[in-house]
Structures are given as C-alpha cells and as structure tokens.
Ligand binder design. Structure first.
Ligand code: CP
Length: 315
C-alpha cells in the first residue's frame, strides 16, 4: 500500500482484514518491521482515539512517533498557490510538507472539513498537498471527507460481533448541537458498500450524503422502520451536504433510545466517539451490554497497525 486516504488505496481488503486480526492476536509479532522508522502524526484538529491508537500501533511495530499539533504549535500554513504571503500564514504547504518528509518515513494527517466551502473541502486540499509535496506515504487520520482508519476499525468490530454471514447494518443520523463534517458517515458507507452486510442509511430529509458516496445504498427516512431487524446500529451526526455545513434539524426524536433498540434484532450499538450522552444516544443504551463502543475504539489500534504494516512492507 502506498498511501491510505480511502478504501480505494487498499489493494486487498481481505488481506488488510487478515493482517488486522493477526496483529490483534499477536501485536508484537512484527516489532522489528518498523525499527529505525519514524511516523509523524500531524494534527490540524483535536483527537483522543486517533492520536493514541496511532501512537500505540506504531510502538507495537517498533516505530518511533512524532506528534505535531500544527494548529497550536506551528507557523500558520498557506495552502493556496501563487499567493503573496503578506497575511497570517508564514509558511507554505510546499515547504512544510517537504520538510516534514525529511524527518519521518510515514506521515499521518488529520485535517477536518471547514464546512464553509464544499468544493474546497471535497477537493481534500490539505491531505492531497501532503501527498504531492511530502514524498512519503500519507495516512489519513480523518480528512475533510473521510475517516478510513475509523471505518476499518468499524469493519473489524462488525466482523467480530456479527452472528450471521450478512448482518443488517443501519447508519442512523442523530441530533447534535453543532455542525459536524460528513467524513465519518461518508467513509462508513464507502467501506460497508464492499463489506458482506446489508446497509441501510436513515436520516431526516435534507441530510442526504454526497451522491458519489451513497450511490445506490438504501435510504430510509423512517428511522423506526430502518431499525426493524437491524443487527448493528451505527449512530452519527452530520451536517447537511446539500445546504453545505448547515444544521437543518436538532430533532431529539432521532436520539437512539432503548425503545428504538427494541425494534432491532437485539442490535449492537456503535459510535466512533466522542459521543454526546443524552443527545445522540441515551445513557441507558450507551451503558447497556448492547453497546460495543469501547471494543470498537480498541480496534483503532489493530486498524492503524494493519495499515502501517502494509505500508512498511511495500517501502
Ligand atoms: N473517532 C475518532 O476519530 O476519535 P478522535 O477524534 O478522538 O480521534
């Protein structure tokens, strides 16, 4: 694997899952693979799980880690070409990415959507600039439109907890007080489309995901109907794609409750975290045995380690 920005960068999903499960069982089996290699994890936005799991995964493979909170600790970086840099930005991405590439063999980048300019966000300017100028393998730690490490961990979790060959997986929008990007739902849909699952997406009207992600996936606007017979409920908030970045609804009737979970086939509850209690999901559901959010988060290590493994193997 050369880069890891989306499922399109994965040569074989089957092989990636196999190595993830192997590394879960034997996390230190390939601890010499990353010897004398450094991964630099660059954060333009906050993180708990991605930062810590990516560090832990690197350590398991014998790699050194540099964590760089660009938003707080660096010069402000200019992304546009051919600009007169007489504003706040002191450094251009061309030099910044190229220099970081001198210090690390692999680079991870987290850069969220601005939710101001749909075209710019969906062009993935930050991530693609690192690909263009760093000269190193680039791993998305969540970009403007996708969160592939999360999606891989989600798939590992579904494989572990499923009780039938083709479970029904429901991605449900849930209310949130702020505008959130579409990266997690976009990515989840992208990965589930190629996974052995029956995928249904449910959300209020106006929250349709970008056509290139949703394609012909079943969308059910009646949340209760969508939940019927579900084996997994994956809750997530996202802002509108069509009215880009807007919060069109905060309808609390979309919150995941125990009553709604009773409509399912004893479904497991999933969320990428962080999650707002009693906004997205009730305490009762999140604290119940049906919630698998902690093993889901734990699988972030296996996901990151499997991606590092495949990149290190092809270097
Ligand atoms: N799920 C996830 O990416 O968590 P963080 O934002 O804390 O990294």
């Amino acid at each position: 694997m050369k880069h890891f920005r989306s499922i399109a960068d994965v040569p074989s999903l089957h092989e990636l899952l196999d190595i993830a499960f192997e590394l879960k069982k034997k996390p230190f089996k390939y601890r010499k693979l990353g010897k004398r290699k450094t991964v630099c994890l660059i954060f333009f936005n906050p993180s708990l799980r991605t930062r810590l799991s990516s560090q832990r995964a690197a350590t398991n493979l014998g790699m050194e880690t540099i964590v760089f909170n660009v938003d707080k600790e660096s010069w402000k970086i200019e992304l546009e070409d051919k600009v007169v840099m007489n504003g706040a930005a002191a450094e251009h991405i061309k030099e910044a990415a190229a220099v970081i590439g001198q210090y690390a063999e692999i680079i991870g980048v987290r850069s969220f959507a601005t939710l101001q300019d749909r075209q710019a966000d969906y062009a993935e300017k930050v991530l693609e600039s690192f690909v263009k100028y760093a000269g190193r393998p680039i791993i998305s730690l969540e970009s403007a439109t996708r969160h592939p490490l999360q999606s891989l961990a989600d798939l590992i979790t579904i494989e572990e907890f499923k009780t039938k060959a083709r479970p029904k997986v429901v991605l449900s929008w849930a209310p949130h007080p702020h505008a959130l990007p579409q990266a997690v739902p976009n990515s989840f849909v992208e990965w589930m489309k190629v996974a052995p699952v029956e995928l249904v997406v449910t959300h209020p009207e106006g929250y349709e995901l970008a056509p290139e992600f949703i394609e012909n996936v079943k969308v059910e606007y009646d949340q209760n109907k969508a939940f019927e017979g579900a084996d997994f409920i994956y809750a997530k908030n996202w802002s509108s794609y069509s009215e880009y970045g807007k919060v069109l609804s905060q309808d609390s009737s979309w919150m995941i409750t125990a009553e709604k979970m009773r409509l399912t086939n004893n479904a497991k509850f999933m969320h990428c975290l962080p999650v707002r209690r009693n906004q997205i999901v009730t305490d009762e559901v999140l604290d119940s045995p049906s919630s698998i959010v902690i093993p889901q988060a734990a699988n972030r290590v296996a996901a990151a380690q499997a991606v590092y493994y495949q990149i290190l193997r092809s270097m």
